[in-house]
Design a protein. Sequence first.
Length: 362
Amino acid sequence: MRPTWAEINLNSIRLNFNQVKRIVGNNVSTMTVVKADAYGHGAIEVSKTLINSGANMLGVATLEEALQLRESGIKEKIVLLSGMQPDEAAEVVKNDLTPTCYLAQTLKALSDCAIKYNKKIDYHLKIDTGMTRLGIGFSEVKSFLDSVVSYKNLNLEGIFTHLSCANENENDYTNHQLNKFETVLSLPEIKTLNNKYVHTANSAAIQRFPESHYNLVRPGIMLYGSGNLDDLTLRRVMKLKTRIVQIRKVPQGTPVSYGATFVTQKDSTLAVLPIGYADGYLRKLSNRAKVSINGSLVPVVGAVCMDLIIIDITGINSANVGDEVVLFGDENISVDEVSGWAETIPYEIMCIIGKRIPRIYI
């Protein structure tokens, strides 16, 4: 096996989920978000852990993600947060999935298939209150709901919106979105539908906007140990590791890796690690990132290659071929620090860790 792997601590997932429940209380249900292969952590194992911890339902982005969970034996409710295409309706109905709807043609396709298979299908209605992505606008709500009443095999189970700035320091835009959402909820057409769930809160809103909790929340990044905006003790879940495959002593003035973007300033000891941008270790990390070896931080030098990176271990006399190296997830380097070096967000760093890196569950 290639000596690069990601350790996933499932107990940390449980503890982070418990932090969510501590904040929202027992009267608020949870839709735990496991899209994008549970943010790179492995959707099947993570989903089973969350369900066993008390999650009420799972949130995914695509039909393929939902079917993977069904095929693994998961029977709990799965919500397709990004909606569905009309030609996916049959699979949605046959597998008892709960789609998000915001287009009339999608709703009709879902109804036709529900009738065909003699099933009653739940769906969630997404309202766009300012994300300007998916969802129906305020002016469209009434006409959309007028078409709902004729679909007897469909049940509007939930109404929701997505808060785009809940993690920002200023609160005005989030309050604007919540006020807009409240206006929608007050419409007579909505009130007569008797939907079960109302939800707006992502990880940031769970921590910063208690008024957004309603009766269902959608924790995502905080389950995976990042996105801490409060005095929480979120546990790191993923630890990305590899092993040294070669050590070389080189003289001062030696160019390193593609483009010779790094040249040694003194006689140096370099080590090669078997991970690269094909594994999701971003090229942006070239000459910026650090890794942890035997408790010490050392720099990544030269350009990140497709399959390999080079680190400068000068002065680390105890380093040997085969030694373990942590790229993030220990007490020295967090995924948040790596995302800072890469000028991105922790979500991206975790989600892009490639499939050829095995996940080891501990």
